[in-house]
Design a protein around this ligand. Structure first.
Ligand SMILES: NC(=O)c1ccc[n+]([C@@H]2O[C@H](COP(=O)([O-])OP(=O)(O)OC[C@H]3O[C@@H](n4cnc5c(N)ncnc54)[C@H](OP(=O)(O)O)[C@@H]3O)[C@@H](O)[C@H]2O)c1
Length: 257
């Protein structure tokens, strides 16, 4: 029987992924910070704070075939004038970037006689920074850089380990709504349209599970055209991009209009 370890098992995508792998006959180790959780989407609960190297080692001690580092956090609260809060910055950076990076590094040291896929869940929001979810975007960008930069080294050092990244788009659920906490009414309507048209967790989980079976290193949900434009502008003309963000904040933020 194959084993998958899934972090953020209690969430929208984590529970859907867990259910999918349970239906496929896998042993599903569901990881949560909570010590009690009920559900049919995991076979064993692993309570883990997902902060340290020791936490990462505990996940790999299940001898998994697949680890999906899915737990993630977005800015649900902001400070005065929309400035990021320090405690949210710490938690988001830790779970979205540091911990998935640590899992990849610890996996590289494993003595294995079978393949181990470590799949980090990123976001299509990693293409360019945004004033409307800046800490989230920065952490997902860092995750993408780390996996694309360190993953090839790890794979050459330990051929059985593949550090891979999947970048979902919006999924119907509370996380997708968080960017509205800095938006004015016009911006809110644009975001609402995107979230209301977003796929449900089970659909995204199935897409991701099918992608995991391929040999791709980075998988991406189709990015809206506007995301692609911002990404190119950010890469090719960073100063112009910054100026556009200044303008965007003035026009789209609830703190300035
Ligand atoms: N939803 C979207 O629109 C969207 C779009 C693109 C990418 N993604 C990515 O997809 C992944 C799953 O998203 P989702 O919509 O399923 O989110 P979700 O429903 O909010 O679930 C995320 C889970 O992560 C765990 N978690 C949250 N903060 C944590 C922290 N600081 N440390 C450790 N665990 C923490 C929580 O589990 P416990 O409380 O049980 O520990 C939570 O249930 C995330 O990485 C997210 O960034 C989501």
């Amino acid at each position: 029987m194959k084993t998958v370890v899934i972090t953020g098992i209690s969430g929208v995508l984590g529970s859907a992924l867990g259910k999918h792998y349970m239906q496929q006959g896998w042993r599903v180790v569901g990881v949560s910070r909570q010590s009690q959780l009920e559900g049919d989407f995991f076979s064993e609960l692993c309570t883990n704070q997902q902060k340290t190297e020791a936490d990462a080692r505990k996940l790999l001690a299940y001898d998994p075939d697949l680890v999906i580092v899915n737990a993630g956090q977005i800015e649900t609260e902001v400070g005065a004038e929309g400035v990021p809060l320090v405690n949210q910055f710490e938690a988001i950076t830790s779970v979205n970037y540091r911990f998935p990076a640590l899992v990849g590094l610890v996996a590289s040291e494993m003595k294995l006689n079978k393949r181990l896929d470590v799949v980090a869940i990123g976001s299509i929001a990693d293409g360019s920074p945004s004033c409307f979810g800046p800490v989230y975007h920065a952490s997902k960008i860092a995750l993408h850089y780390f996996y694309s930069g360190v993953g090839p080294i790890v794979h050459h050092a330990n051929r059985n380990v593949r550090m891979r990244l999947y970048r979902p788009g919006a999924i119907k659920g509370p996380l997708a709504w968080a960017p509205v906490n800095r938006l004015n009414e016009k911006g809110y309507k644009i975001r609402a349209k995107r979230v209301e048209g977003a796929p449900e967790g089970p659909e995204v989980a199935e897409t991701i599970a099918n992608w995991i079976k391929t040999d791709e290193w980075v998988g991406t949900f189709e990015e809206p055209f506007s995301f692609k434009i911002f990404k190119w502008l950010f890469a090719l003309a960073p100063n112009a991009f910054y100026k556009l963000q200044l303008l965007g904040w003035r026009k789209g933020s609830k703190y300035t209009s």
